[in-house]
Design a protein around this ligand. Structure first.
Ligand code: ZN
Ligand code: ZN
Length: 89
C-alpha cells in the first residue's frame, strides 16, 4: 500500500477510512477505540488522542450511532447468556 498523497510506501493506514499514509503526510485525530460497559453497567469509551488520520477523510465528530448499536448488541448478548444460565441451573 502506498501513501494517498505522494504515492510512496505508506507507514500506516488511516484508522477512519483505511487510506495509506507515509509519516510525512500522516495527521492525528482523537479516535474512539472501544465502547464497553463497566461492572456497574455504565457505558465507557476508550479514546486514543493521536490516532493515525490521512488528512483527507472527515470522520463525523459525533459518533453517537455506533455506541448505541454496540450497546444494543451487548444487551442482547447478555440477555441470552442469562437465559442459558437459568436453564442450566
Ligand atoms: Zn506521503
Ligand atoms: Zn482517512
Amino acid at each position: 500500500m502506498n501513501c494517498w498523497h505522494c504515492d510512496r510506501p505508506a507507514h500506516g493506514a488511516c484508522v477512519f477510512c483505511g487510506r495509506g499514509v507515509c509519516k510525512q503526510h500522516a495527521k492525528s485525530m482523537p479516535s474512539l477505540v472501544q465502547v464497553y460497559r463497566d461492572k456497574a453497567g455504565a457505558m465507557k469509551a476508550i479514546v486514543t488522542e493521536n490516532a493515525l488520520h490521512c488528512g483527507v477523510c472527515r470522520p463525523r465528530e459525533d459518533p453517537v450511532d455506533l455506541p448505541e448499536l454496540d450497546g444494543t448488541r451487548l444487551t442482547l448478548f447478555l440477555a441470552r447468556g442469562d437465559e442459558g444460565a437459568e436453564k442450566k441451573a
